[in-house]
Design a protein around this ligand. Structure first.
Ligand SMILES: Nc1ncnc2c1ncn2[C@@H]1O[C@H](COP(=O)(O)OP(=O)(O)OP(=O)(O)O)[C@@H](O)[C@H]1O
Ligand SMILES: [Mg+2]
Length: 252
């Protein structure tokens, strides 16, 4: 579904991504792990059109994403839960959620352009809200509350809910566990399994590699802007290099 081929990104003279190739198949959970500064957020920003590619290409199904604005990548089916959540703190929970569905306003334009597939997978804003409330009942209770006054866990639920409002084909999450208590991390990861079972495809960036590999089908390890190891989650959990560097277990 998502294909990144030899993608390179530079910030000035610094190469943050060097010929990165990665793929996520339909209904897969793929995790990207790596140390601080490895380039994980940069890769997600490149996929979502926040930063431009210097070389290489990115495709979602048959559509080339590289070169498109982030607005267009949302319309084409990317849902992004960015690092640090980035919800609108001064706005209500409801307004944050409805903002997530803004791509629905592109309906007429899309129909003119013949994006029939988009209509097939786009239910109404109201039914998307109901779907989000089913996943996160607490958001219904807090609908009128200012988003900035939610707890950290509730804000993360809101960030995921907002991304789901655009009916994405693939959900990209950047460190959803950051700052959450361990039991909440487990809950969020369990939720990802549930979303996958309902047909969503997921690319998950996580510092907590053990937790991520427990729910993922496959994984990639990124070091200094390059993919250095890839494999099934089981292979990575058993890989000595991964265990030593990312799983906090010395190899016996
Ligand atoms: N806007 C920017 N301008 C210049 N350099 C940047 C910019 N954004 C990121 N970098 C640099 O690019 C490299 C990769 O950063 P990135 O944020 O992608 O890492 P990361 O793997 O997401 O790290 P973390 O786990 O800490 O979130 C780092 O060296 C960072 O300093
Ligand atoms: Mg990051």
């Amino acid at each position: 579904m998502l294909r990144v081929e030899k993608a390179s990104v530079a910030y000035g003279h610094v190469m943050a991504l060097k010929e990165v190739s990665l793929s996520v198949n339909d209904r897969e959970i793929v995790t990207l792990i790596g140390a601080n500064g490895a380039g994980k957020t940069t890769l997600l920003n490149a996929i979502t059109g926040v930063v431009p590619l210097k070389a290489g290409g990115i495709w979602l199904d048959e559509c080339r994403l590289s070169g498109l604005s982030s607005h267009k990548t949302v319309i084409l089916g990317l849902g992004y839960v960015p690092e640090g959540r980035q919800i609108f703190g001064a706005m209500s929970v409801k307004d944050n959620l409805t903002l997530g569905s803004y791509s629905q306003r592109g309906r007429n334009l899309l129909s003119a352009l013949g994006y029939v597939g988009w209509f097939m997978r786009h239910p109404s804003i109201q039914s998307n809200l109901e779907m989000v409330f089913k996943l996160f009942p607490v958001l219904r209770e807090r609908l009128k509350q200012q988003a900035g006054s939610l707890s950290g866990g509730e804000q993360q639920m809101l960030a995921i809910g907002r991304a789901l409002m655009s009916s994405p084909k693939i959900l990209l999450l950047d460190e959803p566990s950051l700052g959450l208590a361990p039991n909440l991390v487990k809950e969020i990861l369990k939720l990802l399994l549930r979303l996958r079972d309902e047909g969503l495809t997921i690319l998950l960036v996580e510092q907590d590699a053990t937790a991520a590999l427990k729910v993922a089908d496959r994984g990639y390890v990124m070091e200094r802007g390059r993919i250095t190891i890839e494999g099934t989650a089981r292979e990575l959990l058993g890989d000595d290099r991964v265990r030593q560097a990312y799983l906090g277990k010395a190899v016996a």
